[in-house]
Design a protein around this ligand. Structure first.
Ligand code: PEP
Ligand code: MN
Length: 263
């Protein structure tokens, strides 16, 4: 179902009115984690003014350490819903367990499946019970075939609204958090008809790597970007080191628009 050979034209996914794919660029921005209504609302207003067309925010967080902030859970989803009412951007948030499928189906516009759950086949099969768009992140050590097969799991279960997200892979390099694989864009274009979004924030793990990699991804013809933006990165509860301040994000969007219109 994901194979381009049987479906040559590029798929466009509608995320609550925002089109993604075939020339429609998704600009997803927001904090790693929902921390409070004030925080999400302030960031949402800034990124919307900069030209972002979706708001991200994690309510359930897959943290390496069990002692690290685990997210606000369902209270976090409530905050995202309130902010959506006020600001109007579609919501992107990560689902970690099928237990919350109904809550996410009700409150989230684009359901993110994180890198660590890319091969949680039971969770993937449950996504076939709904028709909400899914943002499937690449696993930390997943090959293109494995990643596309995970998309196939969701599609074969009954939900064909899948967007792929490259977010960096594990390599021998330890200076950066992960290594952004920009080759994923042309390779996936050849393999599938699904939109491909790039997340330079989790790839590099450092805010100053985000701008150049985001521009490179747009020049390589990706269908969108997911970028972590925080109004107080020094005090962020998660991923502050890779988060852009709103003013930097604004500058980046202007540069991205120029590249996108030139390609
Ligand atoms: C995230 O987007 O906040 C996240 C945890 O991403 P990943 O699954 O790519 O690590
Ligand atoms: Mn994060």
């Amino acid at each position: 179902l994901a194979n381009k050979a049987f479906h040559p034209e590029a798929t466009v996914i509608d995320v609550d009115g925002v089109k993604v794919g075939a020339g429609h660029l998704a600009l997803i921005a927001g904090p790693c984690s929902v921390e409070s209504t004030e925080q999400v609302l302030a960031i949402a207003k800034e990124i919307k003014a900069s030209g972002a067309n979706m708001l991200r925010g994690g309510a359930f967080k897959p943290r390496t350490s069990p002692y690290a902030f685990q997210g606000m859970g369902l209270d976090g989803l409530k905050i995202l819903t309130e902010v959506k009412k006020e600001v109007g951007l579609p919501i992107v948030s990560e689902l970690m367990s099928a237990e919350y499928l109904d809550d996410f189906n009700e409150h989230v516009d684009l359901i993110q499946i994180g890198a660590r759950n890319m091969q949680n086949f039971d969770l993937l099969k449950h996504l076939g019970d709904i028709d909400k768009p899914i943002l499937l992140k690449r696993g930390l050590n997943a090959t293109y075939d494995e990643w596309v097969m995970s998309a196939e799991y969701i599609m074969a279960s009954g939900n064909e609204n899948v967007i792929l997200c490259e977010r960096g892979i594990r390599t021998f390099e330890t200076y950066t958090r992960n290594t952004l694989d920009l080759q994923a864009i042309p390779v996936l274009r050849k393999m599938t008809h699904l939109p491909v979004v790039v997340d330079p924030s989790h790839a590099g793990g450092r805010w100053w790597l985000v701008e150049s990699m985001a521009k490179a991804a747009v020049a390589a013809d990706c269908d969108g970007l997911m970028i972590e933006v925080h109004n107080d990165p020094e005090n962020a509860l998660c991923d502050g080191a890779q988060s852009l301040k709103p003013a930097k994000f604004t500058e980046l969007v202007d540069q991205i628009r120029a590249i996108a219109s030139a390609t």
